[in-house]
Design a protein around this ligand. Structure first.
Ligand code: ZN
Length: 567
């Protein structure tokens, strides 16, 4: 049986892949029948699958050991090769869209293939290459600037992430001191962040203009494959969040203050959930993986086979080690039909999240690859992908006793659900901020901060920065990397939370139906549009009137039912 670690790596013959791909594109353009056009399209698909597989293998190995000079060099080579490849993909799209056999493709694969190709066409052009380079240079400058920020805290050098960990300390004075350093660190680079953001806004507007989009917002929606809904739908969703979720989150914050025994909740108290500490998992990889295996075998036949496949083929790298890249991700090897999960276990609930959330992404990739005929359908848009992962977090609640220990089940479940409710107002706040910024791109830095402060008041009325002048004047948005690096990608999580809540409600009432709905969604991959995929899973539109209240009402009621001992 093959293992990930044994997959041989050989630098791909890029000129040959390009030649094959080009020939297939010419074949598509010159086809005289649908059968010929289809054969040419599938030849493109095969060439790309092989290339993507090699690319992903090298990428995983480079993150597993960042000191490995061989894969560092290979990734440089592959990144350059991939950049050269993108004009070829644009030409392939053009050939598909211009094909007289479009109707044949539509009949066999559905219209989504053409919809995706059209959206991609609109967002690509030779005319913006220099602007894209400028944008990525600015993004790199942002990453370097933020990564270079460090301060000594309690005798140790701390970056933003390190200070955030101290903001969960049981000692409130430590939390407060870490918070002050954290805010000062941002204030120290705020002028440079403002300058970078001004330049990013300018280049993004220029790109939208060259691509003939009416606004950058429209371009960003197209770039994220949002073909089914627009900014007006998202605005309606945010309104529902203000009406339904914000009061519930405010009540949760109030109860949190009582639970942890503080007169009023400051920002540096928000991540401190229980006086006697958060629920932590029962062990590391050696303990959690066997629990995960049993859990997925008990959950369903499909998940049992899926998780066995991951373990049997060594498709995990979970424990943290020196030299390993930070963070976690789930990726996919098309030629092997295999997902791969990468993480840095740290002994907190995030480790359970890897076994549930990331495994949800992995299951979806695994299922789509076995049900979808073409690679274009292996992945969906981000809001759908996050339903795969968030719903799995709910489906695995019955095993919290194994993952956290029976005595911690209540705490783990409450903290998980409360966090899901509390984060939604913040998600949509970041979203509205970006819409408003690109509606009024001439805003000064001070006006942007004032806007953030105004939105914070609407979405997070409980937010209390303890008089910190930088944050009280609206500097908090600067800590959100999505604003700089992934514009307009954030509402996706809020939409997915609401859809996952709806499915979670069905898990309570009709678990077998909920599971069938979920597997249908995962297996469909990206083969349909947003609303069609939701319908396939018997989920309503999160934009519809009353949708947020319907989906989240039972979650809010469940949270209301928990009682905690008074300090
Ligand atoms: Zn995710």
């Amino acid at each position: 049986m093959w293992k990930f670690s044994d997959i041989p790596y050989q630098r791909p013959d890029v000129p040959k892949i390009e030649a094959d791909y080009r020939a297939a594109t010419q074949g598509l353009a010159a086809a005289t029948s649908y059968a010929e056009a289809r054969e040419a399209y599938l030849a493109q698909d095969r060439a790309l699958r092989g290339f993507m597989t090699v690319f992903t293998v090298a990428g995983i190995r480079q993150t597993i050991d960042t000191a490995d000079a061989f894969y560092e060099e290979e990734m440089k080579f592959l990144n350059r090769a991939m950049a050269q490849f993108s004009p070829l993909m644009k030409r392939a799209n053009e050939a598909l869209l211009a094909s007289p056999f479009r109707a044949g493709f539509e009949a066999e694969y559905g219209g989504e293939l053409l919809t995706k190709a059209e959206l991609e066409q609109r967002t690509q052009s030779e005319a913006i290459v220099a602007d894209l380079v400028e944008q990525s240079d600015l993004e790199e400058a942002y990453k370097l600037l933020v990564a270079s920020c460090s301060v000594e805290f309690r005798g140790e050098p701390c970056n933003f992430y390190g200070l955030l960990k101290h903001m969960e300390d049981p000692d409130r004075s430590v939390r407060r001191a870490a918070f002050v350093e954290w805010a000062n660190l941002y204030k120290g680079v705020s002028e440079r962040l403002d300058e970078l953001y001004d330049k990013l806004i300018a280049v993004r507007l220029r790109i939208a203009d060259k691509l003939s989009f009416a606004s950058y917002t429209d371009l960003a929606y197209a770039g994220m494959g949002r073909s089914a809904y627009g900014p007006a739908d998202v605005e309606a969703f945010r309104r529902q969040v203000r009406q339904v979720i914000v009061p519930a989150a405010a009540a949760l914050r109030q109860r949190q203050a009582e639970r942890i025994g503080v007169p009023s909740l400051r920002y540096y108290d928000e991540n401190f959930v229980f006086l006697d500490g958060n629920a932590d998992p029962v062990g590391g990889e050696d303990v959690l993986l066997p629990i995960g295996r049993r859990m997925y075998r008990e959950l369903s036949k499909e998940t049992g086979e899926f998780f066995d496949f991951l373990i049997d083929h060594g498709l995990f790298d979970l424990e943290t080690r020196p030299g390993k890249h930070l963070g976690g991700y789930c990726t996919y090897l098309p030629d092997h039909g295999a997902p791969f999960i990468f993480s840095n276990f740290n002994g907190t609930s995030a480790d359970v999240g890897v076994l549930t959330h990331e495994a949800g992404h992995a299951l979806a990739a695994y299922a789509a690859a076995r049900h979808q005929p073409i690679m274009a359908y292996f992945h969906s848009t981000a809001e759908i992908c996050e339903i795969h992962s968030m719903a799995m977090e709910h489906f695995t609640y019955p095993w919290l006793k194994d993952l956290y220990g029976a005595e911690n089940v209540e705490k783990a479940r409450f903290a998980h659900l409360a966090e899901a409710i509390a984060v939604i107002p913040y998600l949509v706040c970041v979203d509205e901020f970006q819409h408003r910024v690109f509606e009024n791109p001439g805003m000064s830095a001070a006006q942007r901060n004032a806007l953030w402060r105004e939105l914070e008041g609407a979405y997070m009325p409980w937010r209390d920065y303890d008089g910190n002048p930088f944050l009280e004047s609206g500097g908090f948005w600067m800590q959100k990397q999505h604003v700089f690096l992934y514009p307009f990608y954030y509402i996706d999580y809020a939409l997915a939370h609401v859809c996952a809540f709806e499915l979670y409600g069905r898990m309570k009432d009709a678990p077998a139906e909920a599971w069938a709905d979920y597997m249908r969604l995962c297996s469909a991959g990206g083969s349909k549009g947003f609303f069609e995929l939701l319908a396939l899973a018997n989920l309503g539109s999160p934009f519809a009137d009353g949708a947020v209240a319907r989906a989240a009402g039972h979650v809010i009621a469940e949270l209301d039912g928990y009682t905690w001992p008074k300090p």
